[in-house]
Unconditional design. Structure first.
Length: 552
């Protein structure tokens, strides 16, 4: 990843102290699936640790048992590994530290820096004040240390119902930073935890947990997004008021905002729960699972994160930048195949019935080392319906009555007749071929302007292909919420088009789930890893061959 302000901070520290360590962490909450915004954090944290010879922890912030489960833990680990994150032996859970965190809370109480408050959540909110008015002290703020210790122990023992009490830091109810107005550190929550079961009826909140877990793991640079900037004074306050083993430094950077999608887990959940998409792994979703299923590669996503950089300025990143990273990666690696998505039958009348032959085609035109493949050819082939026009426009160089074109790798054909079906539409083309043009050229050296891809009708694999477009119609759908409108009103009704009975080159019958291909002239496609069956894969279009006007 190129130089950015966090690297400059680290370089300055190491210039003063050559032995300065770099220990980072990626701390996801296991309450959902990762999205591409998390990928930026994965690349940043694991990348810095790698580049500076340090270490990066994978730590699950599992302090809210009502929203978390083991399925999300497994999904997140899988996605981080896929992106290239390697935590080695440094896999942690906030729940690993519940006993230590409780001891730190007791330490705060003993020092007079925390108290048990019996206000309801609504009362705490009312007492907190506003951005222009200071808060008011809780009537329970003056409880003595012994009573606070007794009540906190009783909270842990499960003697109170949810909401009866909370543990709050005793800081400053008049602070201009609302986060410092006696924030809640612990709450009662009788819910079964995915790792600790029913052992704990109380759970620490993020602002108390995160900084102490950082300290216990020896994190040196705690990197988070800008919405936590106002929380940094509390991060430092907690570490300064307990016997923390070290003092990590919190540094904030701008989160990733990407055109034509939303990044909030809450909004993504609305898309799933509302049936607007087929699930968290829907290829239109910005989740890592969705992007993987669509065919985006880890290399492309890492390159995208590198190109957008790390700044403190919020900005909306163009979707075309991500798509171009995918194109560049797949252009260099994806084998080529021929597929016809909207087939039109072509009968080559002077080719012998029952006969077939094979033509050689490279796996990749620029990489001979990838080898070649055999493509079967017979009397009847399919071409794209849009590659024929009865009354061709001036710059239309494909097939038309009386016109000769090249069938890629095969031969030259000339259209003699268009046969209409009962609905009046062209159902079949009658053509002839030049036997001297086998292999795609002629001895007389004549040239044709049009070259078409095709598939042998007898040998074709008939299957489903899904074409994806951007999920929303406007670049910043989240802005609709700020304007008081329903963001789902901006969903693109054409974000998914399913094509049935497409004709594909027979070698694609054996495509492995997740396999990438360039369908010549059409785009980059991926064999869907969820749907499809042996010998009949389903393909998702990952991205077009070039940026289209629709995406500009």
């Amino acid at each position: 990843m190129p130089a950015h302000f966090i690297r400059k901070i680290i370089d300055q520290e190491r210039a003063r102290d050559a032995g300065c360590a770099v220990v980072t962490r990626f701390p996801p909450e296991p309450n959902g699936h990762l999205h591409i915004g998390h990928a930026k954090s994965v690349c940043l944290n694991f990348g810095l640790a790698r580049d500076y010879g340090g270490a990066c922890s994978m730590r699950f912030d599992d302090t809210n048992p009502c929203r978390e489960n083991a399925e999300f833990v497994a999904s997140i680990k899988d996605d981080v590994r896929w992106l290239g994150g390697d935590w080695g032996e440094r896999l942690f859970f906030a729940s690993d530290y519940f006993e230590r965190l409780y001891e730190f809370a007791v330490e705060l109480i003993k020092n007079g820096d925390a108290y048990v408050c019996s206000l309801s959540s609504d009362e705490i909110r009312a007492y907190r004040g506003t951005l222009t008015e200071p808060g008011r002290d809780s009537p329970w703020r003056r409880r003595d240390v012994d009573e606070n210790l007794r009540l906190f122990a009783a909270m842990r023992a499960g003697k109170f119902s949810d909401g009866a009490h909370v543990l709050r830091a005793k800081i400053d109810m008049a602070s201009p930073n609302i986060n410092m107005r006696d924030p809640t550190l612990y709450r009662i929550r009788r819910a079964r935890h995915h790792a600790t079961g029913d052992a704990w009826p109380i759970y620490p909140l993020y602002d108390f947990t995160h900084c102490l877990c950082d300290a216990l793991e020896g994190v040196t640079h705690s990197l988070c997004t800008l919405e936590f900037e106002d929380h940094r004074p509390l991060y430092d306050w907690v570490l300064a008021h307990v016997s923390a083993p070290c003092r990590p430094r919190q540094i904030e950077f701008a989160r990733l905002s990407l055109e034509y999608t939303v990044m909030s887990k809450r909004l993504l959940a609305r898309l799933v729960d509302g049936g607007h998409v087929a699930g968290w792994d829907d290829p239109r979703m910005p989740t890592i699972k969705g992007l993987r299923r669509r065919g985006f590669t880890a290399r492309a996503i890492n390159e995208f994160c590198s190109r957008i950089g790390v700044t403190r300025s919020d900005n909306l990143i163009e979707l075309s930048l991500l798509e171009n990273c995918v194109r560049e990666d797949l252009d260099a690696t994806a084998p080529r195949r021929m597929a016809v998505l909207n087939p039109l039958r072509v009968v080559i009348e002077n080719y012998p019935e029952g006969q077939s032959e094979e033509f050689d085609a490279p796996e990749h035109p620029a990489k001979p080392g990838m080898g070649a493949r055999k493509i079967p050819f017979c009397r009847e082939v399919y071409i794209e319906r849009e590659d024929f026009m009865e009354r061709p426009a001036k710059k239309f160089h494909r097939l038309a009555p009386g016109r000769e074109v090249r069938l890629r790798y095969a031969c030259y054909i000339t259209c003699r007749e268009a046969v209409r079906g009962g609905d009046g539409e062209v159902a079949e083309l009658r053509c002839t071929y030049d036997p001297q043009s086998r292999g795609g050229g002629t001895k007389d050296g004549r040239k044709v302007k049009g070259t078409l891809h095709w598939v042998s009708a007898r040998h074709a694999v008939r299957t489903e292909v899904r074409l994806y477009e951007k999920l929303f119609l406007q670049p910043n759908p989240a802005a609709e919420i700020g304007a008081g409108r329903d963001f789902t009103a901006e969903l693109n009704p054409d974000s998914l088009r399913v094509l049935k009975n497409c004709a594909l080159e027979p070698s694609l019958a054996n495509a492995k789930p997740g396999g990438h291909f360039q369908f010549e002239r059409l785009g980059y496609f991926c064999a869907d890893p969820v749907d499809g069956a042996a010998g009949r894969p389903v393909f998702n279009r990952t991205v077009t061959l070039r940026e289209t006007r629709k995406n500009k």
